[in-house]
Every structure is written in C-alpha cells, then in structure tokens.
Write a protein that binds this ligand. Sequence first.
Ligand code: HEM
Length: 485
Amino acid sequence: MTNTRLTTASGIPVADNQNSMSAGARGPLLLQDVHLIEKLQHFNRERIPERVVHAKGSGAYGRFTVTQDITRYTKARLFSAVGKTTETFVRFSTVGGEKGSADTERDPRGFAIRFYTEDGNWDLTGNNTPTFFIKDPIKFPDFIHTQKRCPFSNLKSPQMMFDFWANTPESLHQVTILFSNRGTPDGYRHMDGFGSHTFSLINEAGERVWVKWHFKTQQGIKNLKARDAVRIAGEDPDYAQRDLFQAIESGRFPRWTAYVQVMDDAQRLDWERRTGWDAFDLTKVWPQGEFPRLEVGVLELDRNPDNYHADVEQAAFSPGHVVPGLGFSPDKMLQGRLFAYHDAQLYRVGTNHQYLPVNRPRCPVQHQQRDGAMAVENFGRAQNYQPVDAAGVPDGDHGHGEPGWALNGTSGRFDPRPAADDYTQPGNLFRLLSAEERQDLFDNMAGPLSQVDATLQDRWLGHLAKADPAYAEGVAAALRARSAR
Ligand code: HEM
C-alpha cells in the first residue's frame, strides 16, 4: 500500500527523514531521535541467515494446468479435472555458492515448485537432475562441506570434492551430469526439473503407485560452454536472475510440461529382481523405455514477486509438504529430507514462518500450535488442545490417511555399496553423449581434477574406467593436454 505520508513503523508521522536531531547544528546527536534510532536498529537486522545450501536463487509465481487425466493414479484434488489450474510459486537456485555467488557456476540447479492446492501446499523441492550424489542422508553434511569453502584456506577445494566423490562411487552418475554442459545451464528457463526421488500417488481406492516427476522445458534445453559460463560469471553474475525476471516482465512466460513415470509395486519387484537395482535409490534413473513418461500438465510462470525478500528469500519449501493423494517412498534420502527442511526454516526464518504470505496456504488452516515469535495468526479464541469435550472443535479427517506399506527387517546400519552397481548407469549416460559433448565433459572435469594430487587423480580415473574405459582415457588425455600447456 502506498502512502504519501512518511511514518515510523508504528504509524507515527515523521517530521524530517533527512536531518538527524542534534544539539545545535554540529551535534552531538540526541537519544530522543527515536526515528533515527529505530531506522538504524532495523537496518542492523535486515539480513536473515542465507540457506545453508541453495543460497542464491530466483523466484516467480505462476500456475499449473492439468492437461491429461491421472485420476486413476491419484485422488489429489489439484489433478481432479483436465483444465483445472492451481496457483504456484517456483524458486530456482544454485547449490554450493553463497547468496552473492555467480549464477553460472558449475553446480546442480534447484527447481522447487510450490502448488497452493485446496488441501494445502504441495512442494516438489527438486533439482534439474534426475539423480543425486549420495543415497544416505547421513552423508549430506559431509558432502556439502566438500562443496563449500575449506575451513583452513577459505577457498573452494577440488581436492576435497574429488576426495569425497572417489570415496563415494555412487556419486559418479551425478558427477557425470555435473561436468557435462548440463552443469552450466543457460539460465533457469532452458533446463528441465525433476522431483528426483521416487514418490507415491494414491487413488480413491487407496491403491499406491510409485512415480518420478519430470518437468520438461518448452523453451528448449540450452547449456553454456565452460568458457562462456566463466566469462558471464565475471560480466553478469546475476545472469539467470536477469534472464528470468526480464522474460516474465516482457510477457515471455516460461513453461514446462509435467510428466510422471509410473511403477506399480509388482512392476517394482520384477524390475528390481531382473536388474539388481533399487527403485528407491536416488543415484539411479528408471529406464524410460520400460517406464515411459505420461503427460500430466503444464507449469507456466507469469508474475515476478513484488518484493524479493518477502517472497523469494522467505520462501520455505519442504519435501514433507504433500497433500492427500500424494505420498513419500522408503528412499532414505527423502526420509532424511522430510526432517531437514522444516528444521532449517525454524532457524532461518522463524517459528511462525508458515504465516508469511509466500508460505501461507491458500486454504483454511486450523491446528493447535500457538504462540512463538511473530504469531501473526494465533487463532483467537479457538481451542488450543485436543482431545476436548466440546462440539465444533476441528478434528483430524481420518479419511485422508495414507494406506500403509509393508515394512520388515531388523534395525541396523546397512551399507548398500559393496553390492551396488554404481557404474552401469553413468557409463550408459556417457555412451549417449555426442563426440563434442564427450570432449566438453573431459575438458570440464580435467580443469578441477588437474588441481588435485596424483594419487587421487589415479583413483578417480579408476572409477571412470569402470563406467567406460573411453571415459577415463578421455579425461586422462585432457589432463595431459592441460599439463603440456
Ligand atoms: C534446500 C537439506 C537433498 C533440493 C535445502 C535446505 C536444507 C536442505 C537444510 C535449506 C532449506 C531452507 O533453509 O529453506 C537437504 C538434505 C538433503 C538434501 C539434508 C539430503 C539428505 C536434496 C535433494 C534435492 C534437494 C536430493 C533435489 C532433489 C533442494 C532445493 C533447495 C534445498 C531445491 C532450495 C529450496 C528453495 O528454493 O528454497 N536442502 N537437502 N535437496 N534443497 Fe536440499
């Protein structure tokens, strides 16, 4: 709301916003200048902590429109009819860099989509890659430490990165994507998005299928060559923010077509038995030949936020936000993430972050959580406990419970790696690349790999050779070419 009268935050008219109150023309200043003091105090508190990962990002509002009927798989009301639209908010991001880092750094890109449904917020907090580096959340803090700055030198460290990856062979699939030109997408509009994990869809009959979500860009895939990414990082570090913002301001609304790959549980068991893979392993993809993508709808972004801090910086996405008709899977990474996001946001944004406009559901909200800092919505006189011997008090809608899935086994800490095949899928990806794409991959990887010690280089090349001997030979040749320069 604009107002021509300048006031303090308490609404009191400000007499003069350009001259501090002083004892005489030369000062000193007076403590009774409460406007000056409030202004300086609030300024000192303008920053909230940046996200511990995905700190640099861009966001926009839009809508999701259903184009194909998937009600045989899900009762989620946002998919109830072809043509139905749901308001969305999307935040794109890089992962490892700080809030002021360059948009064109080599990194996965976050692709977090919020759907404001009539049954609450559904957040598909994904990336632009269908896989990830690790398959157990206990490794996530260590992995991220290798992507951030060395505690001693305060520099990014290829030695730390390749040390971790060489000890974590399941990372090879994602590392191959990272060092291909897909590691430097040309802005956010020209890349695909993936839910990455295996999730569930649940229909009216309570039947569950396993799904993977894909959002294919309608702008066409465009990646940057490494030399251009480096040049742009210097010339225009906010390249992706500028591109997205300007496209939307000028009416060139970006769009993605949404698809699901579907597997019922019998198919899962059969596929796992035949291939030896785990359908819930985030370091692997499901083959599209056997599990084709089914179109679901279109996501379009058509509105820039009016205020970056209010909407983009304070947005609090969580993989734990799913609505009736959607569900999780036993993927250990997803299970770890279900805890991590809300916890991070209690610290980063605050106890009542769900009341902020970008986070507030667009449907009625009723629960017994109360108080805490900034309790904007505190439910007035409503009961704050349950069970309660009174009529009209909101109760859980037990019809919305998920069907269970069968669990068994003895508790323990299980290392899947000795038996896992971590090389076939990255090898398959490598063999799909054109000669030019392979050469770019070799050169892109050789850059940071040339900065690590020789023993680690050899160990890393050993992993590449297991994926495809030509992969290792190509990177080794690129390393030799660099050292001959
Ligand atoms: C952001 C934890 C894996 C995608 C975050 C944040 C945390 C976190 C704490 C910051 C949240 C905030 O302050 O709002 C973890 C943990 C993981 C994990 C513990 C593994 C166990 C993944 C994976 C993906 C992913 C596999 C993609 C498939 C994202 C995205 C954001 C994010 C897109 C930024 C969301 C936004 O734009 O606000 N993660 N993460 N993360 N994570 Fe993860």
